[in-house]
Design a binder for this molecule. Structure first.
Ligand code: ZN
Length: 171
């Protein structure tokens, strides 16, 4: 039964498709949005659309950015000879928050997962190996400690070690 107007139901449905948002939260968010001032709602929807339109992969490290090269890769204060490999941009942000890492990253956008049909060509490994042709001394593998993260770490280390580049694994 449709308790609300069609449009509210639709809004609840769409919000409910987001990760971590159950039907209850979706309802709460929908009514919150309806009660927000018009200009705030417009700002929110414009921000979503503009982020979706303008954000793409950094040409160097594949993190999400709205520049051609992300600010980390573009920085000359960073040590570009050490690359930390992470599974996604959220992981990169977590390491950045510590403020202790002064080198650069590579974002894979996933991990090798044969069960789900994700192989080495489905994540940004080719782009990583391409970067190793430049002056790179060390690769720090910071993929998750899940089965997939471990499989990915093993694969990377198998490819990188013979190149004479130091490989470190952190979890
Ligand atoms: Zn970058």
């Amino acid at each position: 039964m449709d308790y609300y107007s069609n449009q509210i139901t639709q809004l609840i449905e769409e919000l409910g498709k987001l990760p971590g948002i159950g039907p209850k939260s979706a309802g709460r968010l929908a009514f919150h949005i309806i009660n927000m001032p018009q200009d705030q709602v417009k700002k929110l929807s414009d921000t979503i659309i503009s982020a979706k339109t303008n954000v793409h992969y950094c040409k160097e490290c594949c993190t999400l950015t709205d520049n051609e090269i992300c600010p980390i890769c573009a920085s000359d204060k960073r040590d570009h000879s050490t690359i930390m490999v992470v599974e996604n941009t959220r992981d990169l942000m977590a390491y950045e928050k510590t403020g202790k890492y002064e080198c650069v990253y590579h974002v894979l956008h996933g991990a090798i997962n044969p069960m789900a049909g994700i192989g080495q060509n489905d994540i940004k490994l080719k782009e990583l190996f391409q970067r190793l042709k430049d002056d790179v001394d060390e690769v720090i593998i910071a993929t998750n400690s899940s089965v997939e993260g471990e499989a990915t770490a093993m694969y990377i280390s198998k490819v990188v070690k013979p190149l004479g580049i130091k490989v470190t694994r952190i979890a």
